[in-house]
Design a protein around this ligand. Sequence first.
Ligand SMILES: [Zn+2]
Length: 137
Amino acid sequence: MQDWARRFMHSSRWLSCRRCFVAKRLAIDGGVCQDCGRRLGEIAHHWPVPLTEQNISDPMVALNHDNLRWVCKPCHDLYPGHGVAKPDALLLRFDANGDAIPPYPPPGEGGRRTAAGVSENMQGVARPPSEAGKPAR
Ligand SMILES: [Zn+2]
């Protein structure tokens, strides 16, 4: 987690906003994950407007229940850039000689690497990733 996000996550304004949000979700459906509806939620996730260093001081984004989703960890990790194993995480591969292959081409070689899944997921921001592929409501 970035420093700016860590500071926010420990702030009393966020902790109190989150506490109210969780209480509301518990009252609505017992705190079930809003994405899969099967597991209990455990993360108040900023969505559809993701939290950034630029908008973190905007209460309409950071502290707005309408911009929060109560989700379980597996569903949370489906959101672009939120999984533990990010698509562009530094994974080491080895060539036939057993030498490590750098995960990215050295700068200046013009190598183009797209993080598969990220750009794809970003196109469908209107629906949570766990609902991608399901029929529209
Ligand atoms: Zn879920």
